[in-house]
Every structure is written in C-alpha cells, then in structure tokens.
Ligand binder design. Structure first.
Ligand code: HEC
Length: 184
C-alpha cells in the first residue's frame, strides 16, 4: 500500500533532521583536526626558532624604544631595541634580573642616505629581527632566556642559534645577559 501524503511528509522531515544531525556531528568532530592543521601550518611550529621555539611577538613594531644602536662594518646596520610593557617597567625600575614575560626585540636595518639631506642616515631595508624571551623555568639552562633570530620573518638556522647564549653569557652576565641599557 502506498504511503499517504502526510506520511510522506513526515518521512522527508525526519530524513532532513537525521541528515542535519549527521552533518553537525561531522563538522564538530573535524573542528579540532582543522584547528591543529591551521596551527601547525600557519603559526607556531614553522615560524619558531630552532632550539628555543621562540616566535616573533605580534605588535612589536608598536613597542616602546629602549635604545638605538649602530653596528660597524661588515654588517653596517642601524638598530633599535624595543621591549614589551614588562620589559619597559623593569628597565624603568632598574629591576634585575628581568621578570618572566619580559620580551626584548632588536630590529635592524641597512643604512641609507636620506634622499632629502645628504648627511642624514635613515633606515634602509630591514635585515633581521632578534628576540629574547624571559622564562626562567623553560629556559633554565640559558640564563632564563630563549632566543630567536629571524630574516624575512623566518627563523635562521640552528647553527646561528647555538651562538646566542655563549656571547650574551660571556659579556653581559652581570646585567642578566642583556647588553642594552635604557637610553638616557
Ligand atoms: C658575538 C656576540 C653576540 C652574539 C653571538 C649574539 N648577540 Fe645578541 N647582542 C650582542 C650585543 C653586543 C648586543 C647589544 C648591541 C646591539 O644592540 O647591537 C646584543 C643585543 C641583543 C638583543 C637586545 C637585548 C640585549 O641583550 O641588548 C637581542 C634581543 C639579541 N641580542 C638577540 C640575539 C640572538 C637571538 C642571538 C643569536 C641568534 C644573538 N643575540 C647572538 C652580542 C651578541
């Protein structure tokens, strides 16, 4: 016997419900998977420094200046060290060692002659971004500091990252391994 029209309607209505629930289940179960793919590709892993897993902190171009610096040839660069709020407060209070959460970023540029004024030197192309992150537990074996050097937004190789701690440890030990002083 053929189903009546109302039975037909009920059948298709419940089919729609079942399909909708199935679709919802599929979507919900795939969300964690999609998120993990996005994180692995877009963020952390690929853009983190070897050894330390340090990444370029978002918004660092808006951070406050600690001091500018110049590097002689062969690098021949202009530099500026900036810090997050924790860093700036520690500097202003003269606090050593720096507290956990401190982030210092050294920006660097090739020198360029001002097109308007010959004796003025201005920043040319950006060369590297260097980062130090304070986490006294995670980086206990390197004075509490994690290091990252980035060129074009990508971390440089592991060999370069092996040099960071040695130089900072040898020459800036009495200042919590940080060279830069707050500019007067
Ligand atoms: C041969 C010595 C040497 C090595 C190796 C070295 N640095 Fe430095 N670093 C310095 C000196 C000197 C300064 C301060 C002068 C300046 O800003 O150029 C400095 C400054 C910094 C600063 C600003 C905070 C501070 O200590 O003044 C950061 C961030 C930094 N370095 C990161 C790194 C990273 C990351 C590496 C490894 C990839 C590294 N450094 C390797 C000598 C070194």
């Amino acid at each position: 016997m053929m189903p009546t029209e109302s039975e037909n309607k009920r059948f298709s209505f419940s089919t729609v419900i079942v399909l909708a629930v199935l679709l919802l289940v599929v979507l919900l179960t795939s969300v964690p998977y999609l998120v993990s793919i996005a994180l692995a590709e877009g963020g952390a892993a690929a853009d983190a420094s070897p050894i330390f897993g340090v990444t370029i902190p978002p918004g660092y171009k808006q951070w406050e200046l600690i001091a500018p610096a110049e590097e002689a040839a062969p690098l021949d660069e202009l530099r500026a060290v900036v810090g997050n709020q924790i860093a700036i407060e520690a500097y202003q209070a003269g606090k050593l060692p720096f507290p956990d959460g401190t982030i210092l970023v050294k920006r660097a540029w090739k020198r360029k002659q001002s097109p308007e004024f010959a004796s003025a030197t201005i920043p040319g192309a950006a060369t590297t971004v260097q980062v130090m992150v304070k986490d006294s537990k995670k980086y206990a074996s390197t004075g509490g500091w994690g290091f990252g050097r980035f060129a074009n937004g990508k971390p440089v190789d592991e060999a370069q990252h092996r040099t960071c701690w040695g130089c900072h440890e040898a020459r800036a030990k009495s200042r919590d391994y940080v060279f830069t002083r707050l500019a007067p």
